[in-house]
Design a protein around this ligand. Structure first.
Ligand SMILES: Cc1ncc(COP(=O)(O)O)c(C=O)c1O
Length: 400
């Protein structure tokens, strides 16, 4: 009898975590490596949020809590959905988990039966297909390439939907491309979804607050209220509040779905960390002005990286609306050979050679389901980004 499950064999470890770990190991071994792999802001968690956590510890708020969130946090989330998205979710329609990741996983485990399909636009966040597989479902990838600004067309969505489709995953601004859908673009998709009442919508709004140049964020249940009773609106504090390590994510959705997700969570992690929940109350209720100053830094870095990469022969880098990623094409580098003698047959070969020869760690596009590309996370200092861009340019200029 095999010791490991058959299901485990179907999934792969997170490639973004693998790249981050490899860059860390090389640095520890003394190599001069610039890591552009990690999907987390380099800013510290704001002091008022840290203070709320230390207060929670001092006040003994250190015990098990309600499975899917303390009432104070559910209220803060309720207020946030009303304030930012015009969405009214009661506390019974809100679930808090250990990061957005657990919330998404709970939703899939609670709803997917074998052969249930989940439509995932590509390029996608690396975890969606594997989470669907772990929960026993079937990922159905719908391509959204560089020519449509990495945004799924209504026709491509329509073509991907079958009688077995249970969920459609929507992520704007997106990881890995930073692409954000305008209200009109999103309406094109919600019109399709209205015609398919058996399809549920899972919108991952994790990068809601990280948008630039006056871009207006919109979410499906807000744009099309008739979809609200089959939409799960997922969000979290990780990215906007620089709280990746605190592990708090949340969602609003129909009560029956939220209850099912609670049942899953009650038999896995019991509840999210009590101290982090109190910190998240402060994040959502406290001052929000630092988000604007963080975004100003992100926007400056985005412009620096887009300009730097577009200066590299063989690379085309579109300008994204949000998040802290760019997703350039390396179509012009394919088939060439590096100074070190490596042949660039695909984007994985490109990323491997770039790390080996120039000490720049990026994540190859095939991990996100769309090649030939790579993802840069520009959540690092301007100096590191400028140096990384000049190394990438040297690498590309030397290709023959
Ligand atoms: C699109 C997207 N959704 C969800 C998550 C998970 O966030 P959390 O840290 O809250 O689990 C991430 C993190 O990288 C992400 O990029």
């Amino acid at each position: 009898m095999a010791f490991l499950s058959d299901m485990l064999a179907r999934v792969k470890p997170s490639p973004t975590i693998a790249v981050t770990n490899k860059a860390r190991e090389l640095k520890a071994a003394g190599r001069d490596v610039i890591g552009l792999g990690a999907g987390e802001p380099d800013f510290d968690t704001p002091q008022n949020i840290k203070d709320a956590a230390t207060r929670a510890i001092a006040e003994g708020k250190t015990k098990y809590t309600a499975v899917d969130g303390i009432p104070e946090l559910k209220q803060a989330i309720r207020d946030k959905f009303l304030r930012d998205n015009g969405l009214d979710y009661t506390p019974a329609q809100i679930s808090v988990g250990t990061g957005g990741k657990q919330v998404l996983y709970n939703a899939f485990v609670a709803t997917l039966n074998p052969s249930d399909e989940v439509v995932i636009p590509a390029p996608y966040w690396v975890s969606y297909p594997d989470m669907v597989l772990l929960a026993g479902g079937v990922p159905v990838v719908a391509e959204a390439g560089i020519e449509t600004g990495f945004k799924l067309s209504p026709e491509a969505l329509e073509a991907a939907i079958t009688d077995r489709t249970k969920w459609f995953i929507f992520n704007s601004p997106s990881n890995p491309t930073g692409a954000g859908y305008t209200e009109e673009e999103l309406r094109g998709l919600t019109d399709v979804l209205l015609r398919h009442p058996h399809v549920w919508v899972l919108t991952d709004d994790m990068y809601e607050h990280l948008v630039f140049d006056g871009f207006t964020f919109v979410t499906p249940a807000q744009v099309e209220p008739r979809l609200k009773d089959r939409t799960l609106t997922v969000n979290g504090v990780s990215k906007a509040y620089s709280m990746t390590g605190w592990r708090i994510g949340y969602a609003g959705g129909p009560e029956e779905l939220i209850a099912a997700m609670r049942k899953v969570q009650s038999q896995s992690t019991s509840n999210p960390c009590s101290i982090s929940q109190w910190a998240a109350v402060e994040a959502l209720n406290g001052p929000q002005d630092f988000i604007g100053s963080n975004n100003a830094a992100f926007r400056r870095r985005r412009d620096l990286v887009v300009a730097g990469l577009n200066d590299c022969p063989g690379i085309i880098c579109p300008v994204p609306e949000g998040a802290f990623y760019v997703y350039p094409s390396i179509a012009g580098c394919i088939g060439k050979v590096t100074v070190g003698g490596a042949r660039i047959d695909d984007d994985e070969a490109f990323a491997t050679a770039l790390l080996d020869e120039e000490g720049v760690a990026v994540v190859f596009g095939s991990a996100f389901g769309l090649s030939p590309h790579f993802r840069v996370s520009y959540a690092t200092s301007d100096d590191s980004l400028a140096e990384a861009c000049s190394r990438i340019r040297r690498f590309c200029e030397a290709l023959s």
